[in-house]
Design a protein around this ligand. Structure first.
Ligand SMILES: C[S@@+](CC[C@H](N)C(=O)[O-])C[C@H]1O[C@@H](n2cnc3c(N)ncnc32)[C@H](O)[C@@H]1O
Length: 274
């Protein structure tokens, strides 16, 4: 019998008449228990066991009833856990072996992702984030707009790239407004680092573009520095600088917040050498 069946103990104590029954605490929710039985698993690859610096902060954000409903109903069809246990066949995943697929790392609440998917149905977007409310939000937006070219991946994009995507599989990678980790002692958590670029380059097809954008000037400078130094990438800009903002990139939620603070936004578009 489970130790959680504490009421019998309390009842037994009361019956003995020695003390008033003490309130029985609700059984603690297991740390790894999924919030949604058929939805995204918490920490699907168990990455907290890995000795690796992560680029995201595990957050416990409230999931709205609408997001929860979208997760319950739509996750089994459009979602996938980044468990690091299998190699994805992107043609099969998107139901079209000829569809070029772009990986978006860190889509947040997914408004810009849905916008880009609607504007370009000829491209599949594999949208990866660890943020459960955003996953529900994007699923809901995709359904509302009748999008069939978005798949929502739950987990660490590093594991997705390293373990689950084949070499040359991607037609592009988008990293829009990654967490800036402004404190010096946190700079090591920034996603755009030489090791990330080396991994990303192997998963991009030759000639495919890694597109980053940030409103955090020191991070933009770091991005430009490490991308320019990478032997695997070349700048799409002949002057070796930032790219003009492309029309297809909608204003993102974090970008709006940065602009409200007077930040300047930089885009960086680097092509995989091939
Ligand atoms: C600052 S937010 C930007 C969200 C969105 N792109 C925007 O511009 O509104 C960065 C997002 O990246 C996600 N993220 C950071 N590192 C990640 C990783 N390794 N894998 C997946 N998502 C990651 C965070 O959870 C967060 O939602």
């Amino acid at each position: 019998m489970s130790e959680n069946l504490a009421p019998s103990t309390a009842a037994g104590t009361a019956a003995a008449g020695t003390a008033a029954p003490r309130p029985v605490p609700a059984p603690a929710r297991a740390r790894r228990e999924p919030m949604f039985p058929d939805g995204p698993a918490p920490d699907p690859a168990g990455s907290h066991h890995e000795r690796r610096i992560r680029s995201f902060q595990p957050r416990r954000s409230r999931v709205t009833p609408g997001q929860a409903e979208a997760l319950r109903r739509l996750w089994p069809t459009w979602g996938l856990d980044v468990d690091g246990l299998r190699r994805l066949d992107l043609g099969e995943l998107f139901g079209d072996p000829a569809l070029p697929v772009v990986l978006e790392i860190g889509f947040g609440m997914g408004e810009a992702t849905a916008e880009m998917a609607a504007a370009d149905p000829g491209t599949g977007i594999l949208a990866c984030d660890v943020h459960t409310p955003g996953q529900g939000n994007l699923l809901g937006l995709a359904e509302q707009r009748g999008l069939t070219n978005v798949r929502v991946a739950n987990g660490d994009a590093i594991i997705l790239l390293r373990e689950m995507l084949a070499p040359d599989a991607l037609a592009g990678i988008r990293v829009f407004f990654p967490d800036p980790w402004p404190k010096k002692r946190h700079h090591k958590r920034r996603l755009i680092q030489p090791e990330f670029l080396a991994l990303a380059a192997t998963r991009l097809a030759p000639g495919a573009v890694l597109h980053c954008a940030t409103d955090w000037e020191p991070y933009a400078e770091q991005m430009l520095e490490v991308l320019s130094a990478s032997p695997d990438f070349e700048n799409t800009q002949p002057d070796g600088g930032y790219a003009p903002r492309p029309d297809f990139r909608p204003l993102t939620r974090f970008e709006g917040q940065g602009l409200d603070k007077g930040h300047v936004v930089h885009d960086l578009m680097f092509r995989r050498r091939g």
